[in-house]
Ligand binder design. Structure first.
Ligand code: A2P
Length: 348
């Protein structure tokens, strides 16, 4: 089914990702007849910029979705848990950016460059993966197709915007406070983030990993559709506003030289290879911010194992890591005529 007059709602439109979703819909000329901005009662009546004008924010309620075709959610897991089932009940397809539905067997977890065919079996809610996972699998998929990945060791350097607008504000405030010789206040993070690195993203689990690390491990297997890929992760928050960086160590079944890996990645959708160390060219967060692609560089062989590669992967966490991926999923749903939701009571 394709709809003539598509109504799209952005849930969490006042947040860092929600604003980026609106910008992405605008930039990509998403075929929406109407775009609606929804957030909490706190923001109702305020405005958010869209297409040179403004949208008035409406309060999200269970009844917000009667005439909405696609809802892009980025308002936290609790909000998705509560409201996404009502959206589906009303016949609206949900693309959800929270972690609420990612490992739910009823919900595909989709990165359009990697597993677009999983959209075929959606039941009304499609999950957008974790920001760190998205950019990693965009780089891993072409290597997996070429040489079969056995194991990945990833360490992340994640920007504060991944935590939301309040964390962007906190880093800025702390930097100002420190330059004014004031005691920096930590409210969002458990410690100061300005001029510091926190090896702690999301909560700690019983085995010593953080939930962010667990997400990278489990989500990668679900997206790649291959339970034999082993992933281990260390996730770190760094004092960067926009753009997540990742160090990847990848072990493959077949040998890939650095040159072969570079060639494979150069042809991959959504990837730009930036890899000329002699000219000091490599991916950096300051260059990736505001860009759509995932940037890969520092590609080199790992001499400690038979078939191993090291690389450095950077992407804009609010764009490819969140808003852009969600909008791409919505575009695929339209292109593939997949806006029917089947059983509307599946999630209630
Ligand atoms: P609001 O601004 O009204 O609180 P960020 O991740 O940048 O902090 O943004 C979170 C987004 O999720 C904001 O748009 C926020 O709206 C929205 N949000 C948070 N809780 C709710 C809720 N209970 N109902 C609707 N929107 C919510």
């Amino acid at each position: 089914m394709s709809k003539e007059r598509l109504v799209v709602a952005v849930v969490g439109a006042t947040g860092a990702v929600g604003r980026e979703m609106l910008k992405t819909l605008e930039e990509r000329e998403f075929p929406a007849y109407e775009v609606r901005a929804l957030a909490s009662a706190r923001s109702a009546g305020t405005t958010v910029p869209f297409k040179g004008g403004e949208l008035t924010v409406q309060e999200l309620t269970e009844d917000s979705f009667g005439d909405v075709d696609i809802a892009l959610f980025s308002a936290g897991g609790g909000t998705s848990a509560k409201f996404a089932p009502h959206a589906v009940k009303a016949g609206c397809v949900v693309v959800d950016n929270s972690s609420q539905w990612r490992m739910d067997e009823r919900c595909p977890l989709v990165v359009p460059e990697v597993n677009p065919d999983d959209l075929k079996w959606h039941n009304g809610i499609i999950a957008n993966p974790n920001c760190s996972t998205i950019q990693m699998v965009v780089a891993l998929k072409p290597l997996h197709d070429a040489a079969t990945i056995r194991r990945v060791v990833v360490s992340t350097y994640q920007a504060v915007s991944g935590t939301g607008q309040k964390a962007i504000d906190e880093l800025e405030t702390q930097v100002r406070q420190m330059f004014n010789l004031q005691e920096p206040e930590a409210k969002v993070y458990p410690h100061r983030i300005a001029f510091n690195c926190l090896p702690h993203i999301d909560v700690f689990l019983e085995d010593g990993y953080t939930k962010e690390e667990r997400k990278m491990i489990e989500e990668t297997v679900k997206i790649m559709g291959d339970a034999s890929i082993k992933v281990t992760a260390t996730t770190v928050r760094v004092p960067v506003f926009y753009g997540h960086s990742e160090s990847l160590n990848v072990e493959t079944e077949k040998k890939l030289t650095a040159a072969q890996a570079r060639a494979v990645l150069s042809q991959a959708p959504g990837v730009t290879v930036l890899d000329n160390p002699e000219e000091k060219i490599y991916p950096m967060a300051i260059d990736a911010a505001g860009e759509d692609d995932t940037f890969v560089g520092r590609i080199r062989e790992d001499h400690t194992i038979e078939n191993g590669l090291n690389m450095w992967v950077v992407a804009d966490n609010l764009r490819k890591g969140a808003a852009l991926n969600a909008v791409q999923v919505a575009e695929e749903l339209i292109d593939r005529s997949l806006l029917d939701i089947g059983d509307p009571d599946k999630f209630l």
